[in-house]
Design a protein around this ligand. Sequence first.
Ligand SMILES: [Zn+2]
Length: 233
Amino acid sequence: MSKVLVIIGAPGAGKGTQSRLLSEKYGYPQISTGDILREMARADTPLGKRIKETMGRGELVSDEILAEVILTRTSQPDCNDGYILDGYPRTLNQAHLLEELALKQGKQVHLARIVVSEEALFKRLTGRRACPKCGEIYNIYFRPPKVEGVCDLDGARLTQRSDDTPEAVSRRFEEYRRSTAPLIDYYQQSGRLIELNGERPVSEVFDQLCAVLDGKTNDGETLSRAPGVEIQS
Ligand SMILES: [Zn+2]
């Protein structure tokens, strides 16, 4: 059966990196709703115009439009064998809409959550610095440049993204907790959510995600069901 992989995780948990690695290995397209919305807003179609107007007003695109966008994108032939969703669903209502879509498409939804402590995420995000000249990424906690604030490769002054400041990161966490907590509860109760320790190296998290996609989810050593959830056969 073809597959839909849903990866859930707080900002900075590594969803994008893992999605890209999985996409390379399995050949499934990585579907990022943010990217698709921007792309569709540029297209001269009725849906594109609605998206453009909504985004132009600074409003969030409704769940219904988003569902239509996902349906349109995932009906492309490159999604026949499966696809990976990055950043969707984010809310309970979106999760329900996705179940309907997968059912229609005859695809099985696999759910994985990358769990990283908020403290570690805070350091990952607020410590991030980039070189505007060569694009090299540093982290003042985990991978500092040799000279503070300066790129090792070309000596350019390092910069911080505006949404990586401590205030912005706190806001992003708050938004994530508010919108996604009910979604996580729902998925945990379904007994299908596999939780992975995202503080392990990228390659180990990747191996575990591959096991989820391959359906090898009974390995008690590396994978565990959500605590406190009875697994129904
Ligand atoms: Zn540089």
